[in-house]
Design a protein around this ligand. Structure first.
Ligand code: G3P
Ligand code: CA
Length: 284
């Protein structure tokens, strides 16, 4: 019933805190997650990768240099090495107006730590990031989700750009609700749109009902970008067509109030944002 309740709630608008309240605190840090939770976001969004010693961590980039004091690839590092890094000071330097001394020395988090902190009080929107360079990610993720009873209790969505990763998740546990991420971009050659959607009829032209149905076969929804280089790459018809094929549409990543309102008017089913507080204000 808890899982069914979660799926039923996907019919209502969802506020998705992108890497936590990452507009206010270092992305994917405990501070960003605490803030998003306090603000009342429906989901805490995190990207999941695997360390050299097989631990799951919440981290977006493949390289660690942008958001930590280290260098190199995240999955070349052990958890111990990652734990020694400072994943907060970069934020203070990049956003002096939002800087807080408490952010200094922020730790890269394991998924276990996140689940231990928020348990079943939160919902999690977890992305299997770069599955091709994170072998074993899906197996470790299902194991961790099961250990914390996150699936049957309706606490988690798993998203990926890679269809194979989602299908692997389904194979490992058929009850995990899945979100297929897509990335629309203009085709420079013929100026039509391409859909980068591994395994599902990529190519020029409009997406068909059959494409959406192929996704609805395994996924509970779809996540997409809205603009590329400031130009819209989807429209209200795209959203309606997905919804008519049983797929709620969540859009990433929207931070300005006006844009939030525009997408609410389009009838999107959820918005990924670095500012869940702003989005909640706009929704009200
Ligand atoms: O997961 C939705 C959105 O977060 C995808 O983009 O690069 O922020 O993970 P990215
Ligand atoms: Ca993500």
């Amino acid at each position: 019933p808890a899982l069914e309740e979660q799926l039923a709630e996907l019919q209502r608008f969802q506020v998705i805190a992108h890497r936590g309240a990452s507009g206010h605190a270092p992305e994917s840090s405990m501070a960003a997650l605490e803030l998003a939770h306090e603000m009342g976001a429906d989901y805490l969004e995190l990207d999941v990768q695997i360390t050299a010693d097989g631990e799951l961590v919440a981290f977006h980039d493949d390289e660690i240099s942008r958001t930590s004091s280290g260098e190199g690839k995240i999955n070349d590092h052990t958890l111990e090495a990652l734990k020694a890094l400072d994943a907060g000071t970069w934020f203070n330097e990049a956003h002096p107006d939002q800087a807080e001394t408490a952010f200094e020395g922020a730790e890269i988090l394991t998924l276990d730590e996140v689940f231990q902190r928020f348990g079943h009080e939160a919902r999690y929107y977890l992305e299997t990031k770069s599955p091709s360079i994170n072998p074993g990610l899906e197996e470790a993720l299902v194991e961790t989700l099961e250990a914390h009873d996150m699936i049957e209790s309706g606490r988690v969505l798993v998203q990926s750009f890679e269809q194979d990763s989602l299908l692997k998740m389904r194979e490992l546990n058929e009850n995990v609700p899945l979100i297929q991420l897509v990335w629309y971009y203009p085709d420079e050659e013929d100026d039509s749109r391409l859909l980068e959607w591994t395994g599902v009829t990529p190519g020029p032209g409009e997406i068909t009902d059959a494409d959406f149905q192929a996704v609805a076969d395994y996924a509970a929804g779809i996540g997409t970008n809205v603009t590329y280089d400031g130009e819209d790459v989807i429209n209200v018809d795209f959203i309606r067509q997905a919804q008519d094929n049983g797929l709620p549409v969540h859009v990433y990543t929207v931070n300005e109030r006006e844009e939030m309102q525009r997408l609410l008017d389009w009838g999107v089913d959820g918005i990924f944002t670095n500012y869940p507080d702003r989005l909640l204000e706009v929704v009200e």
